[in-house]
Write a protein that binds this ligand. Structure first.
Ligand code: ZN
Ligand code: ZN
Length: 410
């Protein structure tokens, strides 16, 4: 459920002048945030908890202890919100994953190592790391064949019943933490999770030098698929969406051509796509990062004979699928779920080597105490990626109090 694929209209335009009522609301929100900041700063492990659909609270959870000597405790500093987090917030469930007891939200994080187990050899206190949020059993057949994302005993952050990363402390095995190079910020580190999703999709698609690649959906994962396909040498990268602003962004970001889907039949859309984007006999690879039925149907019709299709987006569980075209064109049709062996490290390497850039995707940052407003923004389709800052350190708060106290004495 980690494919971060929301499909609402992004790039909300701000109004020039604000109505006085709204100003007052903002002022009130600011004041409550200040109260909340004081509250969370005095808590040991403030955590952003989903209690039930549409009900979130800040709870003081116990500070996690190291589950094994190979584990580390990380202080998450930045966490991105994705479609799945918002889905849990709104619906209290995704398919058969149901939130029936309170759960900490968040799974796209980067942070600072706070403490290490005695057998930890690759990390030390203070290291900055991207945090891979799913830890498999390491013992089952799927794990042993190298496809740990398919492990039936996966413990994945913010997927019931496992808590997420929107807390002051989070425990992880050392090999699920990826050291960030000096050149990378912790904010960029938080974008490694959706980048790893895109790396996995692009690997499933086996994109190679010179390929023509079409990506349906210009949300965060679709955009990152364009960027990874480009890094892997794709000659033509077509972004497809129904929103002009998103298409323009994708063109500036990584795509070489854009195509706006029309409300016509899938066959006709595919014909127009091939013609307008000069895809010759059809595209070599098509990735769906939308989950939308008409996109999936168009994609199958727009592939060349023997082309490859990868399903990355999650939409309706059942759709009408052009299975005859798939059969007679002998298409390779594959699924993609989260990320597996090597994907997280590849994502870090791609960003560190500047072969892809993720900074542009960060369209908003909020304080920990404003997490709920960030969820509303994502739900309302504002921006591409909104990051939530980790809780303020208790000692910083103490320092501020000390300073205020000193000032009052001068
Ligand atoms: Zn995600
Ligand atoms: Zn396993």
């Amino acid at each position: 459920m980690s494919s971060c694929l929301c499909f609402r209209s992004f790039f909300h335009k701000q109004k020039d002048s604000e109505e006085p009522e709204k100003k007052q609301q903002k002022e009130e929100q600011k004041n409550s945030t200040t109260t909340m900041t004081t509250q969370t700063a005095t808590q040991k492990n403030p955590s952003f908890v989903l209690q039930a659909a549409n009900k979130v609270v800040y709870e003081d959870r116990p500070i996690p202890s190291l589950p094994s000597p190979y584990d580390v405790i990380v202080r998450p500093r930045w966490t991105g919100i994705c479609g799945s987090d918002v889905h849990y917030w709104v619906e209290g469930r995704i398919g058969h994953f149901v939130v029936d007891s309170p759960m900490v939200l968040g799974h796209e994080s980067a942070g600072i190592v706070h403490s290490v187990g005695e057998k930890v050899s690759s990390l030390k206190v203070g290291d900055r790391v991207a945090m891979e949020p799913g830890v498999p059993c390491r013992r089952c057949v799927r794990c042993k064949e190298g496809k740990y994302n398919l492990c039936p005993d996966m413990q994945f952050a913010a997927t019931p019943p496992f808590d997420g990363t929107l807390a002051r402390y989070y425990a992880l095995p050392e090999d699920y933490c990826y050291k960030l190079p000096e050149s990378m910020s912790l904010e960029e580190g938080a974008l490694i999770e959706p980048t790893a999703v895109a790396v996995h999709i692009t690997r499933q698609a086996a994109v190679k030098q010179g390929d023509s690649v079409v990506v349906f959906g210009a949300g965060p994962v679709g955009l990152l698929c364009c960027a990874v396909a480009k890094a892997y040498g794709a000659a033509k990268i077509v972004t497809v969406d129904i929103n002009d602003e998103r298409l323009n962004f994708a063109l500036q970001y990584a795509a070489t051509t854009s195509f706006k889907s029309a409300r016509v039949s899938a066959e006709e859309n595919a014909k127009n796509l091939i013609k307008e984007c000069e895809l010759g006999p059809g595209a070599d690879v098509i990735i769906d990062a939308s989950g939308a039925e008409p996109c999936i149907q168009t994609a199958i019709h727009a592939l060349r004979m023997g082309g490859t299709y990868v399903q990355g987006g999650m939409g309706k569980p059942d759709i009408t699928f052009p299975i005859m075209a798939m059969c007679t064109k002998e298409l390779n049709v594959r699924g993609s779920f989260r990320y597996g062996s090597g994907d997280y490290q590849t994502a870090v390497d791609l960003v560190a080597s500047k072969r892809i850039s993720v900074k542009e995707l960060i369209t908003g940052k909020v304080k920990f105490e404003d997490a709920e407003s960030a969820f509303s923004d994502v739900k309302g389709g504002k921006g591409i990626k909104i990051l939530i800052e980790g809780p303020e350190e208790p000692h910083q708060q103490q320092q501020q109090q000390d300073q205020t106290f000193l000032k009052s004495r001068i």
